[in-house]
Write a protein that binds this ligand. Structure first.
Ligand SMILES: NC(=O)C1=CN([C@@H]2O[C@H](COP(=O)(O)OP(=O)(O)OC[C@H]3O[C@@H](n4cnc5c(N)ncnc54)[C@H](O)[C@@H]3O)[C@@H](O)[C@H]2O)C=CC1
Ligand SMILES: O=C([O-])CC(=O)C(=O)O
Length: 312
């Protein structure tokens, strides 16, 4: 039996790097799909040729069609346009909704058991679109944002305290936008609450920088957005699924009453295993944290209503 197949759609910055990171795990066959002729094929060849040096023998195939994707266990969807400086993620809605709609239809028709991980922005609305067009159960449609936003918060805290990044644990909930909800109360360094280790002003600054983390990188790169940390976060989710890890990661999934939220896709802590989003874990929130999550969920609702009108 071959290795499990992971498809990555979009062979741009996030998709190409995701395929590379997956190949480096040496556990999967990777299919890289893009509409631009030659690009997925060229990147796949390049990744395979790094194998002898890096010590992996993963099969990586680049293609402009979907035949090779048949039987995928997981598909990571990164196809779509990124924002430029001065733009919000929400401005990508109309263009990327069309792309995600067609990509999801193609994928699911050939891989009925697939678990989808959406990366394309605006993230929460794209999970909503994928849900609507795929008909897959909610446990098999996840959005990647919280792992990335939490990683940014962890990296800022690690730098401020001069400790290793992996020692810092953080949880960022809510939509992947200006209303995201970093939770300092659930942020620890080797088990110690971060509030004991730094001043409130420093922590407030880190929360703000986390919220603006994507825009900070867009402002620096000027031609696109972040991709090293986003691809790492997407691969972390793939691994949690494929290795049936049961880790609790912040992911964008459909809430049906959890956290008092009804019928809205938003970032919440989710137990991830081989079936996908196996359980939404309900952290105890203060009234203020819950109110912030409500505001964020309402912002996502508005965007989803807009995308429903656009793609009706
Ligand atoms: N959820 C998150 O936290 C993050 C989301 N993103 C989002 O991910 C998306 C991709 O970002 P990048 O890789 O930097 O962009 P990019 O422009 O480097 O790559 C996008 C790729 O998608 C391809 N594509 C477009 N339409 C397609 C279709 N119909 N089928 C297959 N491929 C298609 C393009 O040809 C291009 O190669 C953007 O929407 C960006 O905003 C990026 C970083 C983090
Ligand atoms: O900022 C962007 O547009 C890309 C993204 O979602 C992120 O890096 O958080």
């Amino acid at each position: 039996m071959g290795r499990p197949k992971i498809t990555v759609v979009g062979a741009g910055n996030v998709g190409g790097t995701t395929a590379q990171r997956l190949a480096e795990k040496d556990r999967y066959d990777v299919v890289l799909v893009d509409i631009v002729e030659g690009v997925p094929q060229g990147k796949a060849l390049d990744i395979v040729q790094a194998g002898p040096v890096c010590g992996y023998s993963s099969r990586v195939v680049g293609t402009n069609g979907y035949e090779e994707t048949a039987g995928s266990a997981v598909a990571v969807i990164t196809s779509g346009i990124p924002r430029k400086p001065g733009m919000s993620r929400d401005e990508l809605l109309a263009t990327n909704a069309k792309i995600v709609k067609s990509v999801v239809t193609e994928l699911v028709s050939r891989s009925p058991d697939v678990i989808l991980i959406l990366v394309t922005n605006p993230l929460d609305a794209m999970v909503h679109v994928a849900r609507r067009v795929s008909g897959l159960p909610k446990s098999r449609i996840l959005g990647m944002a919280g792992v990335l936003d939490s990683a940014r918060m962890r990296a800022f805290i690690a730098a401020a305290l001069d400790v290793p990044g992996p020692d810092v644990q953080a949880m960022v909930l809510g939509g992947h936008g200006d209303t995201m909800v970093p939770l300092p109360r659930y942020t620890t360094v080797k088990g110690r609450p971060v509030s004991e280790l730094m001043s409130k002003d420093t922590l407030d600054g880190i929360v703000k920088r986390t919220r603006d983390g994507g825009a900070e990188i867009v402002g620096l790169l000027k031609t696109g957005s972040a991709f090293y940390a986003p691809s790492a976060a997407a691969v972390d989710m793939v691994e949690a699924i494929m290795r049936d890890e049961k880790r609790v990661l912040p992911c964008a999934v459909l809430c049906e009453g959890e956290y008092g939220l009804k019928d809205v896709v938003v970032g919440v802590p989710v137990k991830i295993g081989r079936s996908g989003a196996e359980q939404i874990v309900e952290y105890e929130l203060t009234a203020e944290e819950r109110a912030a999550l409500d505001v964020s969920a309402n912002a996502v609702r508005e965007l989803c209503a807009a995308v429903d009108r656009l793609t009706a």
